[in-house]
Design a protein around this ligand. Sequence first.
Ligand SMILES: [Zn+2]
Ligand SMILES: [Zn+2]
Length: 346
Amino acid sequence: MKALVYHGPGNKSWEEKPRPAIQQPGDAVVRITKTTICGTDLHILKGDVPEVTDGRILGHEGVGVIEETGSSVTNFKKGDHVLISCITSCGKCDYCKRGMYSHCENGGWILGHLIDGTQAEYTRIPFADNSLYHIPAGADEEALVMLSDILPTGFECGVLNGQVKPGDTVAIVGAGPVGLAALLTAQFYSPAEIIMIDPDEARLAVSKKLGATQTINNRKENALDKVKELTGNKGADTVIEAVGIPETFELCQYLVAPGGRIANVGVHGRSVDLHLEILWAHNISITTRLVDTVTTPMLMKTVQSAKLNPKQLITHHFKLSDINHAYDTFQHADREKALKVILTNE
Ligand SMILES: [Zn+2]
Ligand SMILES: [Zn+2]
């Protein structure tokens, strides 16, 4: 089969690899039908994730059809259409029992990281019973690719941890795919205002379409002054950090209103200053989380009932075999006005 293989920082190739086989009784082999590229894949390619070694097949998102199952798999059989979760979970360990699949002692984020991933014609999914989801007949499978990672990430790490409530003012720093996923799912709770902050005009225009009530271009204007102006000098009740650099996390600390929450979603590679000289008296909380994907079944129902339309995040389509071109487009997201790309295995 063909797969996108990592060969050290800056190096990847679309090449021939052996087709994966069942290794453990709980495994399933899935023929990928649609997959995508994540910002995390770009971090890996930059060399920011040293656990990823030469020869690893990248990718942790996608949908497909079950090709083969191990002897202990009971929920799935050959031919079933499935959604692959970016988090692999055994369902049996202490963390899984608490719904913290992200910290599963036997899994967690391993796909396209510690084991071969989904940017391939076939992939092996360990603990298939717990790590795959049935796709209902007639569902829009392209939309469901957004549920492998970005929708549960924006929702669990941003909206749930940020405790968005009716009437709240929400500020989201970063209008990339995950920030936009938080924007879409925050609307389950009818906040009064959702303010999107990003330096890219095209992404702010998309934000408006997807339900932002205000947008701030923080390259052109001072985001703090503007948020103060929009909130009667109070700040935002929930501030969601969806970038992952010190400057944006620092901004969140100034944007949060007394009594508010800062929910970090961004993947940080550097330390950040914590302004306790201001925040100590402001009754705020700060949360961090790696997505657990425990809300995936709920999100799937909201897509099925058209309450949520994650397809709006898809901007480009490629054949899976044209994946190098897709990476080039995704790496130049500003120039290409790219959000999520869909790769179809034909
Ligand atoms: Zn991802
Ligand atoms: Zn577990």
